[in-house]
Design a protein around this ligand. Structure first.
Ligand code: C5P
Length: 198
């Protein structure tokens, strides 16, 4: 079975939790594509060379989830050659036998426009900043400023900007619990499977 679930959206909207939950429920492999950009940003040096030489071990660093790593990731993610270096791996992961869930910013638009299920998960910036702040602590106003700046950089870049695919199901988690969002996502996937489109 070749079956791809593309889950895009801004930071801290709930993509990661939803992706992991539906991957487990439907027995699909999962790739957090943000981790690729975080690992490139964390390597330092020339980002294009870092992307070309990326290895699975680079994804195991324990400092990739920090706010600083997210910030560095969004800076290298604007470089077209960095994105090109990471495309093939993501495309192969998406269409390999067995089915996959990928979450990121450009999965439904660039990496896998043919995905059988596309979701765009979002929430207001203050709500996303509050969730992130609960994880990382520090000054909440500063976390909000970083979230807004990262959204801007991701949405305004020329190559593969963060945008919902025209056929994506929009999931706004501002006032929705993440478990309700997981159920909505699971229902959308089940419908496609039951219609035999998978
Ligand atoms: O999703 P996460 O917050 O880990 O992503 C970190 C950064 O990596 C994003 O802000 C974005 O700049 C970049 N990214 C991207 N395309 C993806 C996934 C992440 O440009 N598919």
């Amino acid at each position: 079975m070749i079956f791809t679930v593309a889950i895009d959206g801004p930071a801290a909207a709930g993509k990661g939790t939803i992706s992991r939950a539906v991957a487990e429920r439907f027995g699909l492999r999962h790739l957090d594509t943000g981790l690729l950009y975080r690992a490139v940003g964390a390597k330092g040096g020339d980002p294009v060379q870092a992307a070309l030489a990326l290895t699975p071990d680079d994804l195991l660093r324990d400092d990739l989830r920090s706010l600083g790593a997210g910030e560095a990731a969004s800076r290298v993610a604007v470089i077209p050659e960095v994105r090109t270096a990471l495309v093939d791996f993501q495309k192969r992961f998406a269409r390999a036998e067995g089915g996959a869930v990928l979450d990121g910013r450009d999965i439904g638009t660039v990496i896998c426009p043919e995905a059988e299920v596309k979701l765009f998960v979002t929430a207001s910036a203050p709500v996303r900043a509050h969730r992130r702040w609960k994880e990382v602590g520090g000054d909440e106003a500063e976390v909000l400023a970083q979230v807004i700046e990262r959204d801007r950089r991701d949405a305004e870049r020329a190559t593969a900007p963060m945008v919902a695919a025209p056929d994506a199901l929009l999931l706004d988690t501002t006032e929705m619990s993440i478990s309700a969002a997981v159920e909505t996502a699971a229902r959308a996937i089940r419908e496609v499977i039951e219609q035999g489109r998978a």
